[in-house]
Design a protein around this ligand. Structure first.
Ligand code: THU
Length: 122
């Protein structure tokens, strides 16, 4: 997981966070070991802001990655924890994946199922 975490730190450098000043980076990996990163992208219309996790998972889909098996998310300061929207997104696009969230001092490892038990699906 550690090199995926490093990719998440690199992706974080692309964050656009003039409102929260809280850059977050994410990286996801598929069964074949292919990876893409994401970072949070904010907007002056605050509700349009998109989290690092959803940027990474959207990129993964569009770049043709297969089933996502690992997700890493990083930030400095307050330890990041996925918002409800990202939990639901991961429940569909990273089903069964292992997940790690960390800042410089704490690491929390879990699974998508633990983050959103009983997720809605069609
Ligand atoms: N954010 C993420 O990108 N991922 C998380 O897991 C937590 C929150 C972003 C959304 C917003 O741009 C900023 O962090 C502050 O909430």
């Amino acid at each position: 997981m550690d090199t995926l975490v490093e990719e998440a730190w690199r992706a974080r450098e692309r964050a656009y966070t003039p409102y929260s000043h809280y850059p977050v980076g994410a990286a996801v990996e598929d069964e074949a070991g292919r990876r893409v990163g994401g970072a949070n992208i904010e907007n002056a219309s605050y509700g349009l802001s998109i989290c690092a996790e959803r940027v990474a998972l959207t990129r993964a889909r569009m770049e043709g990655l297969g089933p996502i098996v690992r997700v890493a998310v990083v930030a400095e300061g307050p330890a990041p924890s996925p918002c409800g929207a990202c939990r639901q997104f991961m429940a569909e696009l990273a089903k069964g994946a292992k997940v790690v969230y960390e800042n410089r001092t704490q690491r929390v490892e879990s699974t998508v199922e633990e983050l959103l038990p009983g997720a809605f699906s069609l």
